[in-house]
Design a protein around this ligand. Structure first.
Ligand SMILES: *Cc1c(COP(=O)(O)O)cnc(C)c1O
Ligand SMILES: [Zn+2]
Length: 431
C-alpha cells in the first residue's frame, strides 16, 4: 500500500488505491503506473488493474470480509480503493439481495436452485452504482473535479448521484431519446445532463473527442479514462454471490451484456476468489444475454467468430443498446472457456420475462432484467442451461425506470364505482 505523507503535499507520491499495484495490458501484459490511462501505449489493448492481493489464510480473509460493512467496501482489500474508503462521502452501494427464486424455479423446471441477484436494490436502482463508486475513488486519487460519462441511462444517474454526494461537479452524456425514468434520474441530482442527437455509440465517440480537447480537461470519464478502475466494481457482484451462497461458486450465471465489462469482471472476481482459496476451485459456466435488436456478441458467438461485428441497435432494452461493445471479444473468450453461451431474445420475450419475474417473485426488473431472464428461459428450454445445477440470474436494474415496456399490458383489472354491487358485477369477489 502506498505510504501517504502526513503533510499531504507530496505530489510525487503514487496515488493510494489500496491493493492496486499497477495497470496491465490485457493483450501484451505490459505494466503502467496507476493513472487515468485506459489503452496500452504499445499495442492499444485495454488496461486493467493488477493487484498485490492479500496474503494470509482464507479463513482470516473471510472473517475480515464478514466483519466489514454491509456494502461493497467489505471487499476493499480486493479493490482499487484506499483502506479508509468507507469513511469518505459515497453512496455505499452493494450487498444487494440474493433471492432464492423457488416460484420461478418451479415455473422454469429448475431443480438445482435458482437465484436472482437483485441489483435494483442499489442507491440509484441499478448495478452501475458499484462501478461508479470505484471510479469516484480513482477520480479523487487523480485529482479530477468533474465526473463524466457516456451512458445508456443508468450510468448517468449513478454518476450524478455519486458526484453530488462526493461534492464533485458532474456533466454526463446520454442519447437524447431515452426513457423518461432514466432522464429524470440522471437530471434530478443537479449535475449537467446533455442529450446527444445520436445513439450510444455516437455519444461514446463524442466523449472520446472531448477527452482529448481542452473543453474536457480535468474531467474523469468513469467509463473512458477511468474505465480500468470502473470495471473493477463489477467484481463485487461475483464476491457477493459467492459469499451469499455460503462461500460457494454457483454452477451457472446469466449476465446481461452492453459493453461486456460487467460480464468480464464477474469472471475476474470469481477467478480471484478461487486463487485466494475463498471458494473451492470447481467449474462454473458464464452465459451472456442480449436483446435481438442489439446482439453483436450473441451473433458472433453463434457464428463461431472471434471478432464482433458492430450493429445499429433497435430494441426496448436501451440500457443494453451498445452496438459496438468494447469488451465483446473478451466476453466470447469467457463464454467459450467456461462452457457457457451467449444468446438473445426478442423484445416481446423481454416483456414476457419482466412480467414472469414480477408475477413469480415480486421483483420488478427493467428491460435488461427481462433480457437476462428471457435468455435464461430460452437456454433452459434449449437444454443449454442445466436445470439440475445452481443457477444465478443477475437483475441489473429497476422496472420503475422502464415503465413504458410494460405499461400497455399492466393496467387496472377493473375500474368501478365504490359500491359492492359494482364489485360483484366485475366478478372479482369471492362470492
Ligand atoms: C450498463 C448496464 C448493463 C451492462 O453493462 P456492461 O456495459 O456490459 O458492463 C446491464 N444492465 C443494466 C441495467 C445496465 O445499466
Ligand atoms: Zn499492450
Amino acid at each position: 500500500m502506498a505510504v501517504q505523507t502526513v503533510a499531504g503535499n507530496d505530489t510525487t507520491a503514487s496515488p493510494d488505491l489500496g491493493p492496486a499495484a499497477a495497470l496491465s495490458c490485457r493483450e501484451c501484459g505490459e505494466r503502467f503506473e496507476l493513472g487515468p490511462l485506459f489503452a496500452c501505449a504499445s499495442c492499444f489493448g485495454p488496461l486493467e488493474v493488477a493487484y498485490d492481493l492479500p496474503t494470509g489464510s482464507p479463513e482470516e480473509l473471510r472473517k475480515r470480509i464478514e466483519a466489514g460493512p454491509d456494502n461493497i467496501w467489505r471487499y476493499a482489500p480486493l479493490l482499487p480503493v484506499p483502506a479508509d474508503v468507507a469513511d469518505k462521502p459515497n453512496l455505499n452501494p452493494g450487498f444487494t439481495k440474493l433471492v432464492k427464486a423457488d416460484n420461478l424455479a418451479r415455473e422454469l423446471g429448475v431443480t438445482g436452485g435458482l437465484y436472482v441477484k437483485d441489483d435494483s436494490g442499489n442507491p440509484t436502482h441499478s448495478f452501475k452504482d458499484r462501478v461508479v463508486a470505484i471510479a469516484v475513488e480513482a477520480a479523487r486519487a487523480f485529482g479530477f473535479t468533474t465526473l463524466s460519462c457516456s451512458s445508456t441511462g443508468n450510468l448517468a444517474g449513478a454518476v450524478g448521484a455519486a458526484a453530488a454526494r462526493a461534492g464533485l461537479r458532474s456533466c454526463v452524456f446520454i442519447p437524447h431519446d431515452l426513457e423518461q425514468g432514466k432522464v429524470v434520474m440522471a437530471a434530478v441530482y443537479g449535475g449537467e445532463l446533455v442529450g446527444i442527437e445520436g445513439n450510444y455509440d455516437d455519444v461514446n465517440r463524442f466523449c472520446s473527442e472531448l477527452i482529448g480537447d481542452p473543453l474536457g480537461e480535468g474531467w474523469g470519464f468513469v467509463n473512458v479514462n477511468l474505465r480500468p478502475y470502473y470495471g473493477e466494481g463489477s467484481k463485487t457482484l461475483a464476491y457477493e454471490i459467492c459469499e451469499q451462497l455460503g462461500w460457494r461458486l454457483p454452477d451457472q450465471i446469466v449476465i446481461p451484456i452492453a459493453s461486456g465489462s460487467q460480464l468480464t469482471k464477474i469472471d475476474k472476481g470469481l477467478q480471484e476468489l478461487i486463487r485466494l482459496g475463498l471458494v473451492e476451485d470447481r467449474p462454473y459456466k458464464i452465459f451472456g444475454a442480449q436483446a435481438e435488436g442489439c446482439s453483436p456478441v450473441s451473433a458472433a458467438f453463434k457464428a463461431g467468430h472471434d471478432v464482433v461485428r458492430p450493429q445499429k441497435p433497435n430494441t426496448i432494452a436501451k440500457s443494453l443498446a451498445i452496438g459496438n461493445p468494447a469488451d465483446g471479444p473478451y466476453v466470447l473468450d469467457i463464454a467459450r472457456r467456461t462452457g457457457g453461451a451467449v444468446e438473445d431474445v426478442t423484445d416481446e420475450q423481454v416483456v414476457d420475462a419482466i412480467k414472469l419475474l414480477a408475477r413469480t417473485e415480486g421483483i420488478f426488473g427493467e428491460t435488461a432484467g427481462g433480457v437476462t431472464l428471457g435468455v435464461t428461459k430460452k437456454l433452459i428450454e434449449a437444454g443449454v442451461i442445466d436445470p439440475t445445477l445452481t443457477t444465478v440470474v443477475v437483475n441489473t436494474g429497476d422496472g420503475l425506470k422502464t415503465l413504458d415496456a410494460v405499461s400497455a399490458t399492466s393496467q387496472a383489472t377493473a375500474t368501478i364505482k365504490p359500491s359492492l354491487d359494482a364489485f360483484r358485477a366485475a366478478g372479482l369477489g369471492t362470492a
